[in-house]
Design a protein around this ligand. Sequence first.
Ligand code: FES
Length: 165
Amino acid sequence: MADVKVDISKVDEILDKHKDKPGPLMPALQELEREFGWLGPDVLIRVAQRFDIPPSKVYGVASFYSLFSLKPKGRFVISICQDAPCHVLGAQAVIKELEKQLGISMGQTTSDGLFTLEITSCLGVCGVGPVIDINGEVFGNLTPAHIPAILARFREKAPAEEVGR
Ligand code: FES
């Protein structure tokens, strides 16, 4: 995967917004996660320095909650709903096909930094399951046969210079 650089001045800007509020750590980490898509070591250390709390505490909070990612995600995050209605309609076969086509397992990112596979809870469109969401675009009524064309479409969208974030 491409080397990931974080703009520390942007980190400071976010931390400044939260540092004088009560209980600033969680909201600051949430905003940093939204901004960068993950929380790297340099970001966590900066949070500890600016909030004057031990790095081990910052890391402990960031690693405890599943809403935080401590690894960079791909350019395209493929979220697969595995709740009961989608499961019954064949989500598992779609997951298997995605893993086969991308050569990775759930929770992993392809080595070119293009795709991350993750499980999500109900996306609110259970009537058209199985469903996947790719960067906010939802695909429903899926079968394994749909997957190659969907992946090809996103590969075409991604110029080499955009890979990695
Ligand atoms: S259960 Fe999959 S979208 Fe609702």
